[in-house]
Ligand binder design. Structure first.
Ligand SMILES: Cc1cc2nc3c(=O)[nH]c(=O)nc-3n(C[C@H](O)[C@H](O)[C@H](O)COP(=O)(O)OP(=O)(O)OC[C@H]3O[C@@H](n4cnc5c(N)ncnc54)[C@H](O)[C@@H]3O)c2cc1C
Length: 243
């Protein structure tokens, strides 16, 4: 039986968005609200507000329009994410994270499950609903059109390949091979999990780039989930920055 109350379970559900077949984004914690942005800016005048007024909303819009980013960096959000490895590789390119750093660029708070510690049997493989066709005019992208696979033969082979890679992984472990080397046979669609703490400014940059139609379909779904969760925390700032 769950030790949580119904209300607590509801609160968790509102902060947890399932993505793809086994993935999710969950808002674990956040520091700051729209008022944090306002007060960070108003400290210049020695002022502090306790309630957000219409004037404050205009101030937030002004800050965003004129690229006064630093007040937005005082808002921090922490997410627990479960994504396919190939999505994590793209995510990890966003190197700017938390505000409190002694370096301008390299400090982002990211901690990830490790296949050096954990047996891969506990992991999932991402199985898409279908295979998208390669775009002809964009070398990086796919189209919305699906490859014909009426009998599901290609999908079966894909899933079979994942299972075979896991079988080989297990055989290697049985031979005493270290987990850190055996993991090398696992495909890129294996799910990974990480905690990610990020400032609102860096998060908005991520969402802007990764909800764009040029981004891969799968990471776009995760960026959409981040967007929904962030809007709950800072609706006015979010609208000002991305609206
Ligand atoms: C559709 C798409 C395709 C991509 N394809 C590829 C690819 O093929 N190969 C590949 O390697 N990457 C690729 N990327 C990743 C891309 O090049 C960026 O590394 C990634 O999007 C992170 O963006 P960012 O630097 O804005 O984010 P962050 O690293 O979070 O940086 C946030 C902001 O901080 C500032 N900043 C960061 N670092 C510095 C710095 N050193 N100096 C000054 N200002 C800084 C910039 O304003 C930056 O926008 C792709 C990204 C997208 C969206």
């Amino acid at each position: 039986m769950s030790a949580l109350t119904e209300e607590e379970n509801l609160m968790i559900a509102e902060k947890h968005i399932s993505v793809l077949d086994h993935g999710f984004v969950e808002l674990i914690d956040s520091m700051g609200t729209d008022l944090t942005v306002v007060n960070s800016a108003r400290v210049s005048f020695g002022k502090r507000k306790t309630e957000l007024s219409e004037g404050d909303k205009k101030l937030i819009k002004y800050l965003a329009e004129h690229k006064h980013w630093s007040p937005f960096r005082h808002v921090q959000l922490q997410f627990h994410c479960k994504v396919p490895e190939f999505v994590a590789r793209q995510w990890y390119k966003h190197v700017v994270g938390i505000a409190y750093t002694d370096s301008a660029t390299v400090d982002h708070a990211w901690n990830e499950i490790s296949l050096r510690y954990v047996d891969a049997s506990e992991f999932h493989f991402y199985a898409p609903d279908g295979f998208r066709k390669q775009s002809e005019n964009n070398k990086q992208a796919s189209t919305d059109e699906l490859v014909k696979d009426p009998e599901g033969q290609l999908m079966a082979e894909y899933n079979n390949h994942c299972q075979k890679s896991l079988d080989l992984y297990h055989r290697m472990l049985e031979h005493g091979v270290a987990r850190e080397q055996a993991r090398g046979v696992l495909p890129l669609n294996i799910y990974t999990e990480f905690y990610w703490t990020v400032s609102l400014q860096a998060l908005v940059n991520f969402i802007h780039l990764r909800t764009h139609e040029g981004a891969q379909y799968e990471i776009r779904l995760f960026a959409d989930a981040l967007q929904q969760l962030t809007q709950q925390v800072v609706p006015v700032s979010f609208e000002a920055l991305l609206g």
